[in-house]
Design a protein around this ligand. Structure first.
Ligand SMILES: *[C@@H]1O[C@H](CO)[C@@H](O)[C@H](O)[C@H]1NC(C)=O
Ligand SMILES: *[C@@H]1O[C@H](CO)[C@@H](O)[C@H](O)[C@H]1NC(C)=O
Ligand SMILES: *[C@@H]1O[C@H](CO)[C@@H](O)[C@H](O)[C@H]1NC(C)=O
Ligand SMILES: *[C@@H]1O[C@H](CO)[C@@H](O)[C@H](O)[C@H]1NC(C)=O
Ligand SMILES: *[C@@H]1O[C@H](CO)[C@@H](O)[C@H](O)[C@H]1NC(C)=O
Ligand SMILES: *[C@@H]1O[C@H](CO)[C@@H](O)[C@H](O)[C@H]1NC(C)=O
Ligand SMILES: *[C@@H]1O[C@H](CO)[C@@H](O)[C@H](O)[C@H]1NC(C)=O
Ligand SMILES: *[C@@H]1O[C@H](CO)[C@@H](O)[C@H](O)[C@H]1NC(C)=O
Ligand SMILES: *[C@@H]1O[C@H](CO)[C@@H](O)[C@H](O)[C@H]1NC(C)=O
Length: 888
């Protein structure tokens, strides 16, 4: 009897659990969202680099089973999931039906961009409480880093509010412990650094390491005498007229008095404009202990500011500064930082801190990527939908109040996926920049990368379409009457504006006009309008009726049609900017006519047309564009992805944040040794890390590497932060600093070693110079950044076993290193004993308040460990292939 009763009870319980499993109330959904444990592992990247295998492990710790079929889980993948099932046979993109995972009957579907969903079919086998289920599926290319799997997976059910699945907020990505996981393909040469590798990289043999007095290095320092010191304290007067702004940088830090007349008993710091200086941004700085004076002369206010910045740098060593004369000027007029504020929003306060540092290191252009597929970030008078809809990402079926989530932004409108600068914010940014002699270059990326604007203008269209058709059509960016199917690089199927309708150009003209108004309002005139122009999908317009009506050859192949229409689009944009009296700018592929050559420069009337040369993965053969464009009359900005993309990781390590489509990593040392005047000398390795010589790329007689005929057309160089993986202020500063200092060093100062022809000697001199630079960072500059609240990346230490002691070093000598045992409860410094068990190491920030990521040191050579792990992986993967692939 008792047993019977129990069985009945259990059955009732199970049946009830099953029946109730449809998600009907918000509470049900919330319970699942907080109780469903999800763990994601990259099982392996296939040998040929075509695909990688994901494993998602569900463990339902919620109170109820998950087995209804009215819910959907959304997640983000940088690469298309199960592409062969989702793309049509001819490779064209059709409305995806999705792909049903055979063993569990969950359907994977491409939503748009990197957003994918999984939803139960009617045969879904259910997920009872406390049961673990694994699913595996493939995505294109590879994943070798934890940031390849963004957070904030979320669940929805009909009529309920979407909820983030708590377990995916952080720490849900498994470790990358085998080569199959951290190599993109078999041929990938990179392994994560061991402490020993790092030790070798950081090691110096230079006996004469000397700190630099100022970074970026001044062009010339003479009359330097460290025995004659000027003590800057007591009564200090800044003497100047008309240079209040520049003087304020000294006054704000040290509270010196400001006057137009010199003090007779204290130290005087003279600031003046001196027209005998040749370079527009040049300055001289004279420290004269016997006269108790510092004299700063600048050709312009900007020059005076740079002199002041050099003085601030000298003062940060201490109040005693030695006698010297600095004569300084920049090598390039264009010294920029590019910040993508679209993929993830970067708040105004963060940009201001960035600009403080840019001014400190004499960078003078801030290129803001204000709009892309994933967000529109600037308020435009008269077009409220751009920010009401386009600046937010949240779960939305029809995208009438926000864009769909991307890049791990989840279903809520409160993450870094949402945000914009109000008109006032933008003016504040411009004023802040102006004070620091930084020119802001706004970019609105079109015709590709324009989804946020397109969706916002469709919302606007719907708002007016019932009442006022003219108003509705006025700023529309697409021609709905087209059948063009495409996928962009970031797998969007609708992110290109139509270049064949007038409303597109009315929109651009409106944006340019409103930007101009905001710029003039704060006396920071708009000079360059950057229209983007990059990465338009080849087939975006082939079937557009409106384009067909224009006079183009539509019998040509898709690529030629695209290029012809791009040529037309760029001319129209150039004409608009020309009428506004502006220069224009675009990424190099925006002007690409094919075969590495740009469109004829003469089709644009603007005084200057700037182009960012970025797409230089050496083996792709397009590095030549930089010189071809300069030779054709474009002003080229060296933006080379191999050395100047700060969205790339610092090390080839799964723990390091960032995308790695160009080089696997870029550290400060790599940026430091970039030769902007000698492009092909930078050829070093392939994407996979194979050594590459200049002749490999350039061929016989440098046929594939045209020379630079017009060096005057290289405007300068720029560092770049694309923000796909930048989810917070800490992420931002981690990626930008300290690489920005290496960028500034090269953009401002041409080192003598750059001109040395003999590569061995050049590298020796370069390494010696790097040692001085690194020492200056470790002992001075990083401290300055700490005091500004800039949380730069602290590189983990190197370690080498010598006797029974671990010798350590750091990338920036002067930073201290701590060690601990496995428990990591107490951290010690000083001599590190080694007794055979693993020792854990970390570097401290210059101010001692933060630490690097922790690395472990053990005597087992890392290669032996790798062999073991890969063997296990091979066995594990064979098992997986057997169970899943064969079934497929
Ligand atoms: C500023 O000037 C006042 C009056 O001339 C003087 O008393 C004071 O010491 C000066 N302060 C500094 C920091 O030089
Ligand atoms: C300007 O600089 C020149 C050259 O260094 C110097 O001779 C002259 O005195 C300076 N003029 C002023 C007004 O400081
Ligand atoms: C964000 O989303 C919430 C909830 O849907 C909504 O109430 C709020 O108005 C949204 N905020 C903005 C700024 O759109
Ligand atoms: C083509 O039409 C579709 C809607 O049918 C739209 O999503 C797409 O953006 C249009 N493309 C262009 C370039 O007009
Ligand atoms: C263009 O239309 C033709 C005819 O309908 C179709 O076969 C082709 O796939 C379309 N191309 C694209 C890129 O949409
Ligand atoms: C149009 O393109 C096709 C294919 O490339 C070519 O054969 C044809 O000559 C072109 N027509 C004109 C008028 O240029
Ligand atoms: C740009 O303006 C020039 C001069 O007015 C004109 O000749 C040219 O046709 C325009 N380009 C386009 C594509 O409208
Ligand atoms: C690690 O160090 C802590 C603190 O010094 C000590 O209490 C602990 O026993 C050590 N653990 C091991 C495993 O050695
Ligand atoms: C160890 O840490 C102490 C306290 O922070 C510090 O005073 C000392 O200089 C450090 N020693 C070394 C070798 O870094």
């Amino acid at each position: 009897m008792e047993v019977k009763k129990m069985i009945v009870q259990v059955c009732v319980f199970l049946v009830a659990g099953y029946v109730n499993s449809q998600i009907v109330t918000q509470l049900d959904l919330d319970n699942i969202a907080s109780g469903l444990e999800i763990k994601v592992d990259v099982v392996e990247n296939l040998d040929d680099g075509s695909r990688h295998l994901f494993k998602v492990t569900f463990n339902n710790k919620a109170l109820k089973s998950l087995s209804g079929h009215n819910w959907k889980i959304y997640f983000f993948s940088f690469f298309i999931v199960e592409s062969k099932h989702i793309l049509s046979n001819d490779g064209l993109y059709t409305k995806p039906e999705g792909y049903i995972l055979p063993n569990v009957n969950l359907k994977l579907r491409h939503e748009n961009g990197g957003l994918f969903s999984m939803s139960p079919t009617t045969e879904f086998i259910g997920l009872p409480t406390n049961v673990e289920r694994e699913i595996t599926f493939y995505a294109a290319n590879w994943a070798v880093s934890k940031t390849d799997i963004p957070p904030n997976w979320y669940i929805t059910a009909d009529g309920l509010n979407a909820r983030v699945i708590d377990s995916t907020k952080e720490g849900f990505v498994g470790e990358f412990t085998s080569a199959k996981q951290w190599k993109r393909k078999k041929a990938d040469k990179y392994d994560p650094y061991s402490p020993m590798t790092r030790y070798q990289r950081y090691k110096t043999t230079n006996p004469n390491v000397q700190m630099k007095m100022v970074i970026p290095t001044p062009k010339e320092i003479t009359n330097h005498d460290t025995t004659k010191l000027l003590y800057i304290s007591g009564q200090v007067t800044i003497v100047h007229s008309g240079l209040d702004n520049e003087a304020s940088f000294l006054k704000d830090k040290y509270s010196f008095n400001i006057s137009t007349t010199a003090s007779t008993n204290g130290v005087n710091i003279y600031l003046s404009i001196n027209h005998t200086i040749l370079s527009a941004e040049g300055y001289t700085l004279t420290v004269n202990p016997s006269e108790k004076s510092v004299i700063i002369n600048g050709k312009t206010n900007a020059g005076v500011l740079y002199g002041v910045q050099s003085l601030l740098s000298l003062l940060s060593h201490g109040r005693n500064i030695p006698q010297m004369q600095i004569r300084d000027e920049p090598r390039f007029e264009f010294r920029g930082m590019f910040i993508d504020v679209a993929r993830n929003f970067i708040p105004k306060k963060v940009l201001e801190k960035l600009m403080d540092a840019m001014a400190m290191y004499k960078l003078n252009k801030l290129h803001l990527h204000l709009a892309d597929d994933e967000g529109w970030r600037i308020e435009i008078e008269g077009l409220p939908e751009l920010t009401e809809v386009g600046s937010k990402r949240c779960h939305s079926e029809i995208e009438d109040v926000c864009l769909i989530p991307q890049l791990g932004s989840g279903p809520y409108n409160t993450t870094s996926g949402s945000g914009f600068y109000s008109i006032q914010d933008y003016k504040d940014i411009l004023s802040y920049a102006k004070k620091r002699h930084i020119e802001v270059i706004p970019e609105i990326d079109m015709p590709g990368h324009a989804r946020a604007a397109i969706i916002a203008m469709e919302a606007r269209y719907r708002k007016y379409s019932n009442t006022n058709n003219n108003e509705a059509e006025k700023y529309r960016l697409i021609d709905p009457d087209n059948e063009s199917k495409f996928l962009s690089v970031q797998i969007f199927n609708d992110n290109a504006v139509n270049p064949c309708i007038e409303s597109t150009y009315d929109f651009i003209d409106k944006i340019v006009s409103e930007l101009e108004v905001m710029h003039s309002a704060v006396g920071h005139p708009l000079n360059i309008y950057h229209f983007g122009g990059d990465e338009v999908a080849k087939t975006a317009w082939v079937n557009s009726t409106k384009c067909n009506q224009l006079n183009f050859n539509f019998s040509a192949d898709a690529e030629s049609i695209r290029n012809e229409l791009k040529n037309y689009f760029t001319q129209r944009v150039a004409n608009i900017t020309f009428i506004h009296g502006l220069n224009t700018a675009g990424w190099e592929d925006g002007f690409n006519a094919g075969d590495g050559m740009p469109f004829d420069r003469d089709i644009y009337q603007n005084q200057q047309v700037y182009s960012n040369a970025w797409d230089n993965v050496w083996e792709w053969g397009e590095a030549r564009r930089a010189y071809n464009y300069a030779n054709a009359g474009y002003k080229v900005i060296m933006s080379h992805a191999t050395h100047l993309y700060f969205d790339h990781p610092y090390e080839p390590d799964p723990e390091e944040r960032g995308l790695y489509w160009a080089p696997r990593f870029t550290d400060s040392y790599k940026t430091f040794r970039f030769l902007p005047d000698n492009l092909y000398e930078n050829i070093d390795v392939t994407r996979m890390g194979d050594p590459l010589s200049k002749s490999d790329v350039c061929g016989v007689n440098n046929k594939k590497c045209p020379s630079l005929q017009k060096p005057e057309n290289i405007a300068g160089m720029q560092g770049h932060l694309w923000s796909e993986t930048i989810l917070s202020e800490d992420n931002f500063f981690y990626m930008v600093f300290p690489r920005l200092l290496a960028l500034a060093e090269r953009a401002w100062y041409k080192a003598p070693w750059e001109s040395v022809g003999d590569k061995t000697k050049r590298n020796r001199d370069m390494n010696n110079d790097w040692d001085n630079f690194a020492e200056t960072l470790g002992k001075k500059e990083l401290n300055r950044l700490d005091s500004m609240g800039i949380k730069y990346r602290i590189p983990p230490p190197g370690g080498s076993l010598q006797g029974d002691e671990i010798k350590f070093n750091t990338a920036f000598p002067g930073l201290s290193v701590e060690f601990s045992n496995k428990s990591q409860t107490t951290w010690n410094n000083g001599t590190i004993p080694y007794t055979g068990s693993p020792v854990f190491l970390r570097t401290k920030s210059a101010d001692g308040k933060r630490t690097s990521r922790v690395i472990s040191f053990s005597q087992v050579t890392s290669s032996a460990r790798l062999v073991n792990l890969s063997l296990t992986t091979v066995m594990f993967c064979s098992f997986l292939m057997y169970t899943f692939l064969l079934k497929e």
